[in-house]
Design a protein around this ligand. Structure first.
Ligand code: NAG
Ligand code: NAG
Length: 121
């Protein structure tokens, strides 16, 4: 009687803890991929209309999302720069929209230094 109650309480506690453990990166498809594309496009737009860099999305080759105190998106993408040149880059967006300037975007493009920018949600 007593012990089964303890087990239930313990099970509940473990479930709550599990819900806060960062998840593994998940490859996105379908609507999740569409959402991730929207997230990326709105970041690119914010940065282009702020202090840059100025990129447009060419296409997404692959994207993952991971739950880590917010969401961490990682994209392998083709970006189109201001000169209409296309390059293949790795972009990550760490989204913590409850913070000031809580969206951190980093760009890794071939032959260039990594660029990290922050903007508001
Ligand atoms: C993202 O931006 C690109 C380039 O501007 C556009 O072709 C694409 O349709 C946009 N995607 C979404 C989901 O709005
Ligand atoms: C993008 O990420 C992949 C996998 O981690 C890596 O092999 C590749 O070199 C990266 N590309 C750039 C441009 O940093």
């Amino acid at each position: 009687m007593f012990s089964s109650k303890v087990i239930v309480v313990l099970g509940l506690a473990l479930t709550i803890v599990a819900a806060n453990v960062p998840g593994a990166p998940r490859v996105l498809t379908g609507d999740d991929l569409k959402d991730a594309e929207n997230t990326l496009n709105s970041s690119l737009q914010k940065l282009a209309s702020g202090d840059g860099p100025n990129y447009q999305l060419g296409k997404i080759i692959s994207a993952t999302r991971q739950v880590v105190s917010g969401s961490l998106y990682k994209y392998e993408v083709e970006l189109v720069d201001g000169n209409k040149a296309t390059k293949k880059c790795n972009v990550s967006i760490w989204s913590q929209p409850w913070l000031d300037n809580g969206i951190e975007v980093s760009f890794e493009c071939p032959g260039e230094d990594k660029v990290v920018k922050k903007h508001s949600a």
